[in-house]
Design a protein around this ligand. Structure first.
Ligand code: ZN
Length: 242
């Protein structure tokens, strides 16, 4: 490659990296507003990140309301959490996001929120692993409960890393929820599905009866999910409804 062609290739690579940053930044700003509008976070809660490449991530800043962010507030970090060509302080839950990206090379976006009904179940020490709703099985692959650790701590990141290999949505005991996906849209959708499912299950509880799917019905859903994802792990406890 001539010097000129090399320079051009370099410029083009720089331009596509800038494009990737700009489109991820605008998607994160829109996602923050969507989480607030849906009542899934309040105040300065929650955080969102997107993978720009194998070792570069765009993450929401600490201490900023996610409904009021602008694109310039977002922070670029590497896989070790070092801030790269940005100013400001990344989300206090950055360690959880990076633990997920390390464990799951397929994940391109992570959303953490405090969806009120789903978090109520997490406060009660409950997961969504029982075979109750097709949308949990098909859309989320079951939602386990991650043991409590102080928000923002490395211990919480370690607890998440242990469990995230086989699940796309997690409840955090006494805290909130985390969802992930191959796109930010998918991660957001999973957060919305989780909260919606939590409201449905709570309603059934209030009505006094929760009918579980049969093992045959569950198997049929697993087959559908595997066909849709080309594999993918999901584990369901055949436990009785609580
Ligand atoms: Zn939180």
């Amino acid at each position: 490659m001539s010097g000129e062609a090399g320079q051009l290739a370099g410029l083009m690579a720089g331009a596509s990296e800038a494009d990737a940053h700009a489109s991820a930044a605008s998607a994160i700003v829109v996602a923050g507003a969507r989480l607030v509008a849906a009542g899934l976070i309040a105040g300065k809660d929650g955080n969102i990140s997107v993978r720009l490449d194998a070792d570069l991530f765009l993450v929401t800043p600490a201490g900023v309301g996610k409904g009021r962010m602008i694109e310039g507030d977002l922070i670029r970090v590497d896989l070790n959490g070092r801030v790269v060509s940005s100013v400001g302080r990344p989300s206090t839950e950055l360690a959880v996001h990076l633990a997920i990206y390390r464990a799951r090379p397929d994940v391109m976006a992570v959303v953490h929120a405090h969806p009120p009904t789903a978090t109520g179940f997490a406060l009660a020490g409950e997961d969504f692993m029982a075979p109750l709703l097709p949308e949990i099985i098909l859309g989320l692959g079951g939602v386990p409960l991650v043991p409590y650790a102080i928000p923002g701590s490395e211990a919480l990141a370690t607890n998440v890393e242990r469990i995230v290999r086989t699940h796309d949505a997690l409840l955090l005991a006494n805290h909130g929820a985390v969802t992930l996906g191959s796109t930010l849209e998918l991660a957001l959708e999973r957060m919305e599905i989780l909260e919606h499912a939590a409201r449905i299950i709570l309603t059934a509880r209030l009505l006094g009866r929760v009918n579980q799917l049969t093992p045959e019905q569950l198997q049929a859903l697993h087959t559908l999910r595997e066909a849709a994802s080309g594999g993918g792990a999901s584990t369901f406890a055949q436990e009785s409804a609580r």
